[in-house]
Structures are given as structure tokens and as C-alpha cells.
Design a protein around this ligand. Structure first.
Ligand SMILES: Nc1nc2c(ncn2[C@@H]2O[C@H](COP(=O)(O)OP(=O)(O)OP(=O)(O)O)[C@@H](O)[C@H]2O)c(=O)[nH]1
Ligand SMILES: [Zn+2]
Length: 218
């Protein structure tokens, strides 16, 4: 089809991921293969950590949304850093699995600086959802297509998904990756992140039953 036919050819838009590099990565959790990808649609660099044979069905998978403050600095505001460690530990203990570290997901997709601004608003009393909205940004702007594309590239057909977030499961299913089970990744709450966790439970449908013992549903 050409422009002169009155129909534009949309098939020329780049899509998918390109596997750029594989390298062994020895970590405190175990041995992984780090696979670097380029997201052809957005130009972003992405990385998957693979342990063992993940092809086919049933491997553990974690789609980890980037959180510089939690993952690298050990912030107590959220539980991302603890979840990252727990996921890598679980994958290594099981002998196979994959963690896709989603760069571009920082701040639930609003970016690092906006997340820091949102954290300031939370210090003034807004919850995480209200803070994003007060900045004129979506409560959650994450897209999981690239994660599904990485899993397709790894010939993963279905996974046991390490996550408490039902949207991640729905997104994978929408993009053609099966989810046979959602495996909880529950971190003990701390005083500093209790409000953050309760907002996820009460406003974002995250499955966090361990909080019921701490605070009843509002
Ligand atoms: N906008 C915003 N994002 C935050 C804040 N604290 C952490 N984040 C981001 O939240 C993302 C993690 O999302 P969560 O909703 O905590 O958890 P999830 O990844 O959806 O769910 P799980 O798979 O169960 O971990 C990361 O990208 C963090 O950077 C905050 O105060 N405001
Ligand atoms: Zn975090």
C-alpha cells in the first residue's frame, strides 16, 4: 500500500527488541546471564538477567520497575530494593528464572525528577496516587510491551510471575505471554513505607494480604 492509495503503510515503524550483548554476571545471589537489549521503538536500553533454562513454560519471572532510590540507595520509602533482592534470590534458589529490569519505569513511568517531586508532596500529606495527579501526571504510566518482547525473544511462553500487581499479569497476557501463577513478593512493612504500601493495596488493587494483620482495609 502506498500513500497514493490513500492508505499509509504503518509496517515501517520499528518495533520489538534487538539483542545486543550477552555477558555472564556473577552476583551475590548466584550466576546470571545479563542480556542487553535495545528497544527498537523507543531507543531505550533494557536488560534481562537470566538464570538457567527459561524457555517454554513455568519459569519464575520478575518484571522489575526501575527505582533508583530504592534499588541503588536502599530508600525505606518503598520496598523496591528488598523486592529486587528477594526476586533474584528466589530465581537463583529455584535454579531457573528471569528478571527483566525495566528502565523507563522510574516513578511508575513519570521519571526520576517527577518521582522526587511526588515524594515531596507525599511528605506534605498526599498519597502516591494523589501526588502524581497533583503534578498533572498519570498515577501509573507504565507500559509492559518491551518486557513481553524480551520474554518472546527468550522463548518464554508462560511464566510464574513474581509480583503483587495485577496489572503486570494483565499486560503480559495482552502481549501474548501466559501467566500460570502470580507468586507474591511480600516484604514486611516498615513504619516508613506503610502508607505507601497501603495506598497500593487500597487504591491500586495490589494483592498485599500481609498488611491486613497490621491495618484493616479502609
Ligand atoms: N510516582 C511514584 N513512584 C514511585 C514512588 N515510590 C516508588 N515509585 C516507583 O514505583 C515503581 C514500583 O511500583 P510499585 O507500585 O511500588 O510496585 P509494582 O512494581 O507495580 O508491583 P510489584 O511487582 O508487586 O512490585 C518503581 O518504578 C518506583 O520508582 C513514589 O513515591 N511516587
Ligand atoms: Zn521504589
Amino acid at each position: 500500500m502506498t500513500e497514493s492509495d490513500g492508505v499509509f503503510d504503518v509496517g515501517t515503524q520499528p518495533s520489538g527488541v534487538e539483542r545486543v550483548v550477552n555477558v555472564r554476571l556473577s552476583t551475590r545471589y548466584g550466576e546470571f546471564l545479563a542480556i542487553g537489549y535495545r528497544d527498537l521503538a523507543r531507543g531505550d536500553e533494557q536488560i534481562a538477567l537470566v538464570h538457567g533454562d527459561v524457555t517454554g513454560e513455568e519459569a519464575l519471572a520478575r518484571l522489575h520497575s526501575e527505582c533508583l532510590t530504592g534499588d541503588a540507595f536502599g530508600s525505606r520509602h518503598c520496598e523496591c530494593g528488598d523486592q529486587l533482592s528477594a526476586a533474584l534470590k528466589a530465581i537463583a534458589a529455584e535454579g531457573r528464572g528471569v528478571l527483566v529490569y525495566l528502565r523507563g519505569h522510574e516513578g511508575r513511568g513519570i521519571g526520576l525528577l517527577a518521582k522526587l517531586q511526588a515524594m515531596r508532596l507525599q511528605a506534605e500529606g498526599l498519597d502516591t496516587v494523589e501526588a502524581n495527579l497533583a503534578l498533572g501526571l498519570p498515577a501509573d504510566a507504565r507500559d509492559y510491551q518491551v518486557a513481553a518482547e524480551v520474554l518472546h525473544d527468550l522463548r518464554v511462553r508462560s511464566v510464574r510471575l513474581l509480583s503483587n500487581n495485577p496489572r503486570k499479569r494483565e499486560a503480559l497476557l495482552r502481549h501474548g505471554v501466559g501467566v500460570s501463577e502470580q507468586v507474591p513478593l511480600l516484604m514486611p512493612p516498615r513504619q516508613e513505607n506503610l502508607a505507601y504500601l497501603l495506598t497500593k493495596r487500597d487504591r491500586m488493587d495490589h494483592c498485599l494480604p500481609h498488611l491486613d494483620a497490621v491495618v484493616q482495609r479502609t
